[in-house]
Design a protein around this ligand. Structure first.
Ligand SMILES: Nc1ncnc2c1ncn2[C@@H]1O[C@H](COP(=O)(O)OP(=O)(O)OP(=O)(O)O)[C@@H](O)[C@H]1O
Ligand SMILES: NC(=O)c1ccc[n+]([C@@H]2O[C@H](COP(=O)(O)O)[C@@H](O)[C@H]2O)c1
Length: 311
């Protein structure tokens, strides 16, 4: 199992060089070798979750698990479908200016922990890749990813190599995993001016699928988020062509009280609580219990041991 050794030097090297996307770690699905030789007509799903991971939390895991379940249900043959999860750390953000760029190495350390956890649970049929990107907009991330997967092998790892072969055989389904708040931002014309939404997004939408998890954002309830597709279909969303509705899946994550709670989890809530805790006002909070509900044990331990988010 490859281990990322020096997070800071990986970030430094990436920020200095000219590449816009870089795969830095892989955990290969145990059944990868069999799938490469089988005559399987199911497409291979690349589940691309792009995030600031500041820090990674159970809401991120919830999107991934819901997307895996969604694609599992669509499998034609009896054999389980192979998927690749890509955890993409974006060092530039379309909206946020990061006050502490040095913290990328810490986030990468936590993403590494997340990737191992995801692999432990799903590793039979799921590979996990970590990548870094400098591109903020999804249209650019998509274009660069397609370009990268079309390049000839340049000493890539086993998972990226297999993705390149599948891309060549037109057997890849690129799925971008999002929360509902991000879907709304993708369709905001302010990111694309003077171009129109249609001009800017058409290639991205036609070449990928947007798998979106409804999220408790304090504004729209989950049912109205599910109904969003209908609004696109009937042409009610300004600038968004009706036929794009077929490229978007909105998943309702709520199955029980815990999954309902997970729709409310966010990195900012975690950062704010840790800030209060390290300052005086939060001393009475049970921070261990708070973090256990919102992130995985290895990330919780890493945050508390290293006093991350102590401003
Ligand atoms: N609890 C959640 N349920 C569904 N989607 C989520 C959840 N948390 C994050 N996401 C989605 O995951 C993607 C990456 O999330 P991001 O890094 O912005 O996390 P965040 O918790 O919203 O961060 P922050 O609070 O710092 O804004 C986004 O598309 C976001 O909508
Ligand atoms: N129009 C767009 O493509 C668009 C809009 C908002 C956020 N993003 C990206 O989504 C990712 C997650 O963003 P947040 O951490 O702000 O939720 C980041 O990579 C950010 O740059 C893209």
């Amino acid at each position: 199992m490859p281990i990322i050794k020096n997070y800071q030097s990986i970030i430094d090297e990436f920020t200095k060089n000219s590449s816009k996307i870089k795969f830095i770690s892989h955990l290969a699905a145990k059944s990868l070798a069999i799938s490469n030789t089988s005559d399987d007509y199911n497409k291979h799903n690349v589940l691309f979750l792009d995030s600031s991971f500041n820090p990674p939390h159970k809401g991120h895991i919830s999107i991934i698990e819901n997307a895996i379940n969604h694609y599992q249900k669509k499998v034609c043959s009896g054999s389980p479908n192979l998927n690749t999860i890509v955890l993409s750390l974006s060092v530039n953000n379309a909206d946020k200016i990061h006050p502490k760029p040095e913290s990328f190495d810490k986030r990468l350390q936590m993403i590494d922990l997340l990737s191992k956890d995801l692999y432990k649970i799903n590793g039979e049929n799921v590979s996990v890749l970590i990548c870094l990107t400098k591109l903020a907009k999804f249209t650019d991330k998509y274009e660069e990813l397609k370009k990268y997967l079309s390049l000839p092998d340049s000493g890539d790892d086993i998972v990226v190599k297999s993705l390149k072969k599948l891309q060549e055989a037109d057997r890849l389904n690129l799925a971008f995993l999002l929360g509902f708040d991000t879907l709304i931002r993708i369709f905001d014309s302010k990111y694309y001016k003077p171009k129109t939404i249609d001009e800017s997004l058409n290639e991205f939408i036609q070449g990928s699928e947007l798998v979106c998890l409804a999220r408790d954002n304090g504004n729209d309830d989950i049912l109205s988020q599910e109904a969003y597709i209908e609004s696109i279909k009937s042409g009610e969303i300004d600038g968004v062509p009706k036929h794009w509705a077929s490229r978007i899946v909105i998943l309702n994550p709520i199955k029980d009280e815990n999954s309902k709670f997970l729709t409310t989890v966010s990195s900012s809530e975690i950062r704010n609580s840790l800030g209060r805790y390290y300052g005086n006002e939060g001393k009475n909070e049970d921070i261990d219990e708070f973090l256990s509900k919102r992130t995985i044990p290895s990330i919780k331990d890493c945050i508390l041991k290293n006093k991350y988010y102590d401003n």
